[in-house]
Ligand binder design. Structure first.
Ligand SMILES: Cc1cc2nc3c(=O)[nH]c(=O)nc-3n(C[C@H](O)[C@H](O)[C@H](O)COP(=O)(O)O)c2cc1C
Length: 274
């Protein structure tokens, strides 16, 4: 465990657990407080702390800078590989971070990203946040989580998530919650329009007849049909980060820090010349 990277909160919790370990030894009938039981408690306290500090430092920095209401801190360039292994890049909006530190964005299943992620999971994002003048570059693996629960279950196995996030139902709730709470009516409408990227010459309906906006749900059965169709194209993309870089442009000289995830789940950290 690297004590140098502990945050203040974790230091406080560490002292709390250690002092509890000494003052509250395990109570077994007829047992006396022994040095070994106190040591065991300190060992368990240290293990609990080690789990808590598994949240990488870079994600705390990311959370500190992201303001969901400010597009200057929520848009990043998201790069994938085409089926032939050629780079492809576009901008996406950051939507959320899950309890296991997966980054979430959204897509229309009819776009190129889901197709590309079906072939190659390796992705990289470059994320410039203007007011704090910092850039994050994050590399790892991303998976599309659409309405189809079988596809979600398969992706979850590959992501290797545990706990509530290992359940496809958790992701269906998340998908619907982002659809209802984080997407504007105009954006929801786009999922009910013709397939993105299709030549206009091949589309019969005129653009003025395409749905302008859609509610998250409706009491009107005709409207609800349009919503169900749009929602069927709406998917989350979950990004498991394996390498992170943080570039700070405000300090002089600038600072650049990199983290690499190790096979045991902990992170190596190195400061490099900017
Ligand atoms: C500021 C901005 C934010 C965007 N956010 C998203 C997004 O969150 N998800 C998305 O699929 N496309 C988003 N787009 C559109 C994409 O950049 C891109 O045009 C679209 O996803 C089609 O790309 P693809 O076919 O390569 O997947 C955004 C575009 C801009 C300019």
């Amino acid at each position: 465990m690297d004590f140098l990277v502990l945050h203040r909160r974790e230091h406080l919790l560490f002292h709390f657990y250690i002092s509890r370990a000494i003052s509250h030894p395990p109570k077994r009938p007829g047992s006396r407080i022994t040095q070994s039981s106190a040591k065991l408690n300190i060992f368990n306290a240290t293990r609990r702390l080690s789990t808590m500090s598994s949240a990488p430092e870079w994600i705390e920095l990311l959370k500190k800078h992201v303001d969901k209401k400010d597009q200057h801190t929520t848009v990043y360039a998201f790069s994938t590989l085409s089926p032939e292994g050629k780079p492809r890049v576009r901008h996406c909006i950051h939507r959320d971070i899950t309890p296991s530190n997966l980054l979430l964005t959204t897509t229309d299943t009819r776009m190129q990203k889901p197709l590309q992620l079906g072939e190659h999971h390796q992705v990289e994002i470059a994320w410039w946040m203007e007011p704090p003048a910092v850039q994050f570059r994050l590399r790892g693996q991303a998976f599309t989580l659409p309405a189809d629960q079988n596809q979600v279950s398969k992706a979850l196995k590959e992501l290797g998530v545990q706990g509530e996030e290992a359940d496809a139902k958790w992701w269906e709730e998340k998908r619907k919650s982002i659809w209802a709470n984080d997407m504007s009516g105009h954006l929801r409408g786009s999922f009910g329009r013709p397939p993105p990227g299709k030549p206009l010459s091949e589309i019969k309906e005129k653009p003025e007849d395409w749905p302008e906006r859609l509610d998250a749900e409706s009491d009107d059965p005709e409207q609800q049909k349009l919503i169900d169709n749009a929602l069927s194209h709406f998917a989350l993309i979950a990004f498991k980060v394996e390498w992170a870089e943080y570039l700070e442009l405000k300090p002089s000289p600038n600072r650049r820090t990199q983290w690499t995830k190790k096979s045991d789940g902990s992170w190596d950290k190195v400061s490099v010349a900017p």
